[in-house]
Structures are given as structure tokens and as C-alpha cells.
Design a protein around this ligand. Sequence first.
Ligand SMILES: Cc1cc2nc3c(=O)[nH]c(=O)nc-3n(C[C@H](O)[C@H](O)[C@H](O)COP(=O)(O)O)c2cc1C
Length: 387
Amino acid sequence: MHRLKNIHNINEMRSGARSRLPRLVFDYLEGGAEDEHNLSDNITSFDHWKFKPRRLTDLTTVDTSTHILGSPASFPGVMAPTGLNSLFWPNGDIALAKAAARVGIPFVLSTASSDSLEAVAEQVDGEHWFQLYVIEKSLAQSLVRRARDLEYRKLVITTDVVVNGKRERDLRNGFGLPIRYNLKTILDGLTHPAWALDFLKNGTPQLGNLADRDALSPEARAALLSRSMDAGFTWDDVARIRDLWPGQIILKGLLHQDDLDKCQRYGIEGVVLSNHGGRQLDTTVSTIDALASLDTRNLNADVLIDGGIRRGRDIAKACALGANATLIGRAALYGLAAGGEEGAFKALSILKDEFEGCMSQLGCSTVSELEGNLVENSNQQATIQED
Ligand SMILES: Cc1cc2nc3c(=O)[nH]c(=O)nc-3n(C[C@H](O)[C@H](O)[C@H](O)COP(=O)(O)O)c2cc1C
């Protein structure tokens, strides 16, 4: 695709997304909660970690591949679950799943996806995981059964959306589904004709997993759109889901030491340290700093992090600080919005290539050689020097 040719990094991909999407949709993709400190901290905190490369190591082969909870991946990346992907590109989930499969990393389908569990399983050959939002316990059980029967490989339970984050861009824009037409939204569409044509051709994206199911009340659909989850969902309910799900379970959104300590008791195989990309509680700790400060030694689970991954070097820093892998959110969505499957493939490939280059520059020929002594935190250094 011509317009992707001159894109060399994720920031340029973001500009591509911004110019194709109407403001209302770009703001939904980009926005964080309240003052968006958490959104920017996630990104800048990575840059406070500086490299101390090793020299004169044998780099005749550099292997970026790894295993994430036992599943092979071409680099330590997983396509993060994101809702309403068809707002960015028609059949957005299928496009993202295909891009992830081509790059060789797992794809996580959101409960709030536009394409259904069934459509993705039928149309894309790849490693698929399912992300569960618990809106109602009975609905959660039926989604888990569907994912199990379709052989989704892992279940990711998102824990950080008890209530919706206060996303002020969306409030200002009156964002919601179906999109409400007024002069502002019509002008927004008219000035982004490529997106508007796709939208007119394909109609308003649906919540694919909730369409045409008897079990679904309009209330459940509204709750998912407004992200009001079951506030009574606790560790005991995780244990009940454990009984339904034969495979591995990953809890997404943990950031507290007490929660990590509980994981072993509940037989959790993976955790994602995440603040939902800064979209929930503003001024939550950035995830790379959380990774550095939490004690994961007794955790019998793989540790993943997400939030602010925009460069391959960010992935290297996460691995050096003990993460098994990273989830890639907006970086891939910029690609999807700029150029569909090709754009998402290019965004993921940019990250993979940058990661490989970074490994070489650090003197690492395998992912397991990325160790804590290759990075230091410049903020902590500054404090120590002042003392
Ligand atoms: C547009 C958008 C939609 C999202 N939807 C979901 C979702 O449905 N389920 C979920 O667990 N996380 C969701 N997330 C959070 C991502 O899974 C991930 O935690 C976050 O995007 C990581 O931050 P980053 O985008 O800065 O990399 C969403 C994020 C974005 C940007």
C-alpha cells in the first residue's frame, strides 16, 4: 500500500492513523483517562530506563523468538485485546489477527470485539487467545464455553475495568455506538472520506460476540459499551471460571504485590501488569516501573506487561527487567487504522525489527540474555547522586 511505504516508525504510523480517522474515532483510539498523565507516563517511563550494552559477544545469529506461557512467538509480543476494532478498519479483528499470525505472535480477541469468536476462529489460522470482560457472570460463563469449544488457546481475564475510566475526549466528542449524527460528526466524516466510505459501505460496527444471542439482554450490550462490569466479581469467581476453562488463565491489569501473591493460590499461569493503556485510573504507576518494583520471584506464572510500547527497545527493556513478553496495543491499532491488515503487519514488523536491532546492539543473541544489568533507571541514578 503506497501510503505505508514512507512509514518507518510507530509515531509516523500514528500520523497515518490520525489523518485517515475522523477526530471522534482517533480520540477513542488514543485517549486516556482524565488528564492523561498515565497515558504519557507509560511512554516516557520507558525512556528513563537507559541501556548499558555489552560488547564483543558473538552475534553471528540473533534469535528474537521466544515462548509465552509455552506458546511460540517470533518475538516477545502479543497483540493486545482491543474493543470495537472495526471502527478503525472493516473487519478490524480479522485484519489484526491475520497480521499477528503473519508476524508469528498470538492475537487476543476482546469480549468487545467487532468480529465474533467464531468468525476469527474460522477465518484466521493462528494462535488465538480470548479476553474476558465479566459483565454478568452467566454471560461470562457462556463466552468462556464458546471460546473453549472453538479452541482458543488461553483465557485472559481483564481485572481493571470495574467502572469505566473517565475518558474526557470521548465525553467531549459525545462518543458512543451507534455514532450520533450531528453537524460536527458529519463534518468530521466528510473531511475523512476514505474512512467515511468504508463506514457507509459496512455500517456501524457491531459487538460481534453479543450479536444474535438469546442470552443477551440489551442491558448487557449497553453495559459492555459503557464498560460497566460486574462489581461483585472477585477471586472466588476466578476460581469458578478456572473450573470451566481447561487451559491456562492470564489475569490482566494487576499492579499490586498482594494480587501477585494471590496468583499462586488460585493457580494463575500468567499475569499482565497493565493500567489499560492509561485509560482507566489516571496517575496509576507506569507499567515498566511497576515491573521493576514488584517482587515476581515467587510467582509461578509468566509475567507480561503492556502500556506505552512504541519502540522495539521498549520490549527489550521489559524483557531485561523480567517480563516474558509485552502486549502491543495502540502501536498496532495505528497500523490497522492507517492501512488495515498491511498497516498492522507493518507496525508489528517495525517493532520486531527494532527489537532485533536493539538485541544486537546490547550484545544479546537470544531473548534470555536480556538481563537486568543491561539497564538502569536514570531517575533513580539522579536521586542517588543528589543524596
Ligand atoms: C482502543 C482501545 C481499546 C481497548 N479495548 C480493550 C478491551 O476490550 N479489553 C482489554 O482488556 N483491554 C483493552 N484495551 C487495553 C489494551 O489491551 C492494552 O492494555 C493497552 O492498549 C496497552 O497500552 P498501549 O495501547 O499504550 O500499548 C484497549 C485499548 C485501546 C487503545
